[in-house]
Ligand binder design. Structure first.
Ligand SMILES: [Zn+2]
Length: 442
């Protein structure tokens, strides 16, 4: 059934962003079939269902290229003892306990809550990195089910690590990758690894072998903190990226998350192998690990994307943080105005294309019908010339009204249509304190 999202401002994005006033986007099934003047679209598609977008801007759905759904229940949890004074302590005292304490139902709820937040923020595609050593086998199926009910797209993987048991998670990834195969455009699979400092050469080699055979990439945290670089140099005599490259983890389908502590030679290896880097500015600031040299990486031709690392599901806010962070870090008010939006709007779409084999992030005929429709009445003229100014200083604070993915309306007039937010959050509030209690004894 065709739908006319009509009478709004359309910003097509893509390589040639067009801003169209009094315009409509027409979808049919899972695809966009027409974009243009509202009156013309109404004449061409008179039988299509009408969704009025007056006072709104219609954008392609947003993409998050690194998320951790499983982190949900840590929100508001107190951690006993002295505050963690460095990154490794944050992992040991917080995240490596949260993941072990999760029950089967916690995993589902931990996915459902951020899925609601994705829909509320117009985020329609996510690349997630999951961990639950206490309930590992089958955990990716639980998340897959939650994603399918929510209606967005997600690439899933389990983070392999030797820290609880040697090669823990390899079998879960292997099973899930073979189940998903090439994927259906909604769910994709990757080989997940935690980080260089928690995986042996043998574990990495096994993971890479499985990933290569299946034609998928590896999704791994790289040099997030100086400790990961130090560990690699001490144990293997080479820095993190060099070690991972030697073990064949690099490649155009692989995602190296963070890369805060890599040198220029390592950046060159990343560029030469077309490996993806995903930048997570809010997380890096929260963990006080340092500033990724994103501007240098882009100059070297590296495909750098933008993720939230579980901090939120709000990609516009993450984009603005990147914009602000790199201006401050370089003490240069000329930078990041183009680059921060580029990470979110173009590079994330390029990364998704490598993972899912589909081109999202653009409103054009034949593209997937993934839309974020936001309340926005521009207080100054808006065109393709000054779109980025409106994005960074206006849209970042605008509210998403309607979210569409695969042609299906997931939220309309801010009302969720696929998920029961009241029930899910109530149950999560019930189970979270039990998880916190279990965690105290770990
Ligand atoms: Zn992460």
């Amino acid at each position: 059934m065709a739908i006319r999202f009509e009478n709004g401002i359309v910003s097509t994005l893509g390589s040639d962003n067009r801003v169209l006033w009094n315009a409509s986007v027409v979808t049919d099934g899972e695809q966009i079939v027409a974009v243009g003047d509202a009156a013309e679209m109404k004449a061409r598609y008179p039988k299509a269902i009408s969704v009025d977008c007056e006072g709104k801007i219609i954008l392609p759905g947003f993409i998050c290229t690194h998320h951790h759904f499983y982190s949900t229940m840590a929100r508001g949890m107190g951690i006993p003892g002295e505050p963690a004074s460095n990154f490794v302590e944050i992992l040991e005292r917080l995240w490596w306990k949260v993941d072990r304490a999760l029950s089967e139902e916690d995993i589902t709820l931990s996915a459902q809550v951020p899925l609601i937040e994705c829909i509320r923020n117009g985020t329609t595609t996510v690349i997630d990195h999951h961990a639950s050593p206490g309930m590992r086998d089958g955990s990716l199926d639980l998340i897959e089910s939650a994603v399918r009910v929510a209606g967005i797209r997600a690439s899933l993987c389990y983070e392999v690590s030797d820290r609880n048991v040697e090669g823990g998670g390899i079998a879960e990834n292997e099973r899930f990758i073979s189940k998903i195969g090439k994927g259906d455009g909604q769910i994709a699979a990757m080989m997940g690894l935690h980080a260089s400092f928690t995986v042996s050469d043998k574990t990495v080699e096994t993971c890479v072998g499985i990933a290569r055979d299946a034609g998928v990439g590896c999704h791994i945290h790289v040099a997030e903190d100086a400790a990961d670089r130090k560990d690699s140099i001490e144990k293997y005599g080479i820095p993190t990226v060099k070690r991972l490259h030697k073990l064949n983890v690099t490649g155009e389908k692989s995602i190296f998350v963070h890369c805060v502590h890599i040198d220029e030679e390592e950046m060159q290896t990343v560029a030469d192998t077309k490996t993806v880097i995903v930048h997570n500015p809010e997380s890096n600031m929260n963990n006080a690990v340092g500033v990724t040299k994103v501007l240098t990486m882009l100059k070297k031709g590296i495909l750098v994307g933008l993720g939230t690392d579980g901090m939120s599901s709000d990609m516009l806010s993450q984009m603005r943080t990147a914009y602000l962070l790199h201006r401050l870090a370089t003490l240069d008010p000329r930078v990041a105005f183009m680059e921060a939006p580029q990470l979110l709007l173009q590079n994330n779409a390029d990364i998704v294309e490598r993972q899912f084999g589909i081109r999202v992030g653009e409103i054009a005929v034949g593209r997937p019908a993934d839309l974020a429709i936001m309340d926005y009445r521009p207080p100054t003229p808006l065109s393709n010339q000054n779109f980025l100014g409106h994005l960074i200083f206006g849209l970042v604070d605008a509210t998403v009204d309607t979210t569409v993915c695969k042609g299906k309306i997931l939220m309309k007039n801010k009302k969720l249509l696929t998920m029961d937010e009241e029930r899910i959050t109530a149950r999560s509030r019930e189970l979270a304190p039990l998880m916190w209690k279990r965690l105290q004894s770990l």
